[in-house]
Design a protein around this ligand. Structure first.
Ligand code: F6P
Length: 324
């Protein structure tokens, strides 16, 4: 077993609330185990450019409650190319980094899987994305906070929607996944949800709207940005054309979903996953993601977490139909 002395931690792709709590746990668990921990800033971009700084217990003090990521993040095209990854590897060697803990989503793990194979570099992934779309873990860091942000916003929209008897299309994030839309839809008592995983949902929505016209009642439709009609704006336009008598408004929640203080749930999840990632490295694991399933820490092969599709919970979809 290789005895690591120095490891790197990075955050990459879309930030998510709780990433700081994970960084803090990696640094503190690393130090407890006699490791030096380096922060690779701006994800793979900083790895390529050698933007690497030492982190100690003090540098991660006072961050558990903060959204965003203190080591910054980026989406890095250069890392898709071999040349970019080679430059990144050279920088790791120069800094003496022997293994990397990468916090992010599927893009982050795809890069990690390739680089770990090409250069025999151990990578441990920590799932951090508000989308909750990673196979092998019940929850990703940031999902719970984003969910609560959506619920708070939609509750406010509901007040004005019902006062005016209006139809509101509320767009939430999720280019490829409807996890945020489904749970927020249930939590807010939405009348309908539109998600990328389901096809041919428009006809059902039209039927629902026809009933709304009769009853003159307000409705909240939660729309995941990646649904097949192209999101809340296009859906609202189509429905307005079909039912000119309806008063329709659209709200795109956007990046407020990615910010804010992490919920207690996300802080605890992130802290557990951060410490578990260090444990995994010390147990000589390579190319795995740490996840939480049924409240227990699990290890999932990194390539599996990317290749396998995480299914939406059909039971929740059914529930939606019953209680709306
Ligand atoms: O993957 C997280 C996510 O927030 C998606 O839900 C969203 O589609 C995307 O990132 C937005 O990315 P960006 O901030 O780069 O526009």
């Amino acid at each position: 077993m290789e005895q690591f002395k120095k490891i790197g931690v990075l955050t990459s792709g879309g930030d998510s609330p709780g990433m700081n709590a994970a960084i803090r746990a990696v640094v503190r668990a690393g130090i407890q185990n006699g490791l030096e921990v380096m922060g690779i800033r701006r994800g793979y971009m900083g790895m390529i450019e050698g933007d690497i700084v030492p982190l100690n217990s003090q540098s991660v003090s006072g961050i558990i409650q903060r959204g965003g990521t203190i080591i910054f993040t980026a989406r890095c095209k250069e890392f898709f190319e071999y040349d970019g990854r080679k430059r990144a590897y050279d920088q790791l060697m120069k800094s003496g980094i022997q293994a990397v803990i990468a916090i992010g989503g599927d893009g982050t793990f795809t890069g990690a899987t390739i680089m770990s194979k090409e250069f025999d570099m151990p990578f441990i992934g920590i799932p951090g994305t508000i989308d909750n779309d990673l196979f092998g873990t019940d929850y990703t860091i940031g999902y719970d906070t984003a969910l609560n942000t959506v619920v708070e916003a939609v509750d406010k929209i509901r007040d004005t929607a019902s006062s005016h008897g209006r139809i509101f299309f509320v767009e939430v994030m999720g280019r490829e996944a409807g996890f945020l839309a489904i749970r927020s839809g249930i939590a807010c008592g939405a009348e309908a949800i539109m998600i990328p995983e389901e096809k041919g949902q428009f006809d059902k929505l039209r039927d629902l709207m026809a009933k709304r016209v009769e009853k003159r009642k307000s409705s909240i439709i939660i729309v995941a940005e990646g649904e097949e009609e192209g999101g809340a704006t296009s859906l609202a336009k189509r429905i307005q054309q079909e039912f000119p008598e309806l008063s329709i408004r659209t709200t795109i929640l956007g990046h407020i979903q990615r910010g804010g203080n992490p919920s207690a749930f996300d802080r605890v999840t992130a802290s557990r996953m951060g410490a578990a990632a260090v444990d995994a490295l010390l147990d000589d694991q390579k190319s795995i993601m740490v996840g939480i399933v049924n409240n227990e820490i699990v290890h999932v092969p990194l390539n599996k977490s990317v290749k396998m599709h995480k299914d939406i919970n059909r039971e929740l979809l059914k529930l939606m139909e019953i209680i709306r």
